[in-house]
Design a protein around this ligand. Structure first.
Ligand SMILES: Nc1nc2c(ncn2[C@@H]2O[C@H](COP(=O)(O)OP(=O)(O)OP(=O)(O)O)[C@@H](O)[C@H]2O)c(=O)[nH]1
Ligand SMILES: [Mg+2]
Length: 303
């Protein structure tokens, strides 16, 4: 392994944010040394990655900021990774006025990084997995990963986080039945944000019933209400998250499942590496009118 990479990893582990930023950039852009860095990561068995997913605009970033403030006020060291934020709000704006923001950006207990999924090499989920694993070396108490949940991505975040929070808003009440199967599987904690709105109680009652039906004798998945903009319910949310992360029995069972899921994504994207949809489209439009065009033969050529 090149000495530079060994040194970089040591610096990340010693808490250098400059080294961490460099490490993330190397992985994000697949710069020389990228594979060496990933392959030299020691097995970090700490359960500290919290995934926050949910529909666009549910208040995920506001919630993350409130949790960040809560934990740092207890002197905890927290990292935030925001994947492809779709709203114009950034953490700087959410963390309040300029002085506050400066305080956070210069705070040695806080590390914030945004990632754009567009242009991510080799698939988004693979990149989030890799980057989160690099951040895991930074000796944080908590690592919060925010992703916008649209269909498949909730499942992807669940494969990466030690604790997955599904954020919903009261208006989701009507959709809840259609969401049911997928989200019930992945949520470790439900947070109904914007609980200042009507219909929050109805959704809360519904989710509680669903969580209970699913539990089947086990502990129900916690359902919490927050008003992130007012920091209401944040302490309860933090407590529920910590209690989930610290449940070592559950963590051990989940660990194999998580690593399997992660490995699956890594293999999948490695195998798909040379295949892009644009190239595929080109190939199809070139051969479509030829005699003997057959989609199965074409697919076989790529597999
Ligand atoms: N009424 C109310 N509004 C809230 C609450 N939490 C967040 N908001 C507002 O909802 C809007 C979206 O908040 P964000 O935190 O950016 O939501 P997000 O889920 O991170 O959005 P994306 O990352 O774009 O998907 C903002 O205008 C927030 O001020 C809440 O508890 N109550
Ligand atoms: Mg956001």
């Amino acid at each position: 392994m090149p000495d530079k990479i060994t040194q970089l990893l040591e610096d990340i582990q010693a808490g250098s944010y400059k080294a961490l930023a460099r490490g993330i950039t190397i992985v994000e852009n697949e710069i020389a040394g990228y594979e060496e860095l990933l392959q030299s990561l020691p097995n970090n068995t700490t359960n500290n990655v919290v995934g926050i997913t949910g529909p666009p605009g549910a208040g995920k970033s506001t919630l993350v900021s409130a949790l960040l403030q809560f934990w740092t006020s207890q002197n905890k060291k927290v990292a935030v990774i925001a994947v492809d934020p779709s709203s114009p709000f950034n953490y700087g704006a959410l963390l309040g006025d300029r002085i506050r923001m400066n305080e956070f950006y210069n705070n040695e207990n806080v590390y914030i990084r945004s990632l754009a999924s567009r242009g991510a090499l080799g698939g988004l989920s693979k990149k989030i997995i890799e980057i989160t694993d690099v951040v895991r070396q930074g000796m944080f108490d908590i690592i919060l990963v925010e992703t916008v949940g649209v269909g498949q991505s909730e499942v992807e975040i669940a494969g990466l986080a030690d604790c997955t929070i599904v954020t919903l808003v009261p208006e989701a009440g009507d959709e809840i039945q259609t969401l049911k199967a997928g989200i019930m599987e992945i949520a470790d904690i439900f947070i109904i944000n914007k609980a200042d709105r009507d219909a929050a109680d109805a959704l809360y009652a519904n989710l509680r019933i669903m969580a209970h039906e699913r539990a089947n004798g086990d502990k129900d998945t916690p359902v919490l209400k927050t008003i992130a903009t007012k920091k209401d319910g944040i302490e309860e949310a933090a407590t529920a998250i910590e209690s989930h992360l610290n449940n070592s029995e559950r963590a051990t069972t989940k660990r194999v499942q998580l690593l399997t899921e992660k490995c699956w994504h890594l293999i999948q994207s490695a195998r798909m590496k040379d295949i892009d949809k644009q190239g595929l489209k080109q190939e199809i439009s070139n051969t479509l009118d030829q005699q003997g065009f057959n989609i199965y033969l074409l697919a076989k050529k790529f597999s």
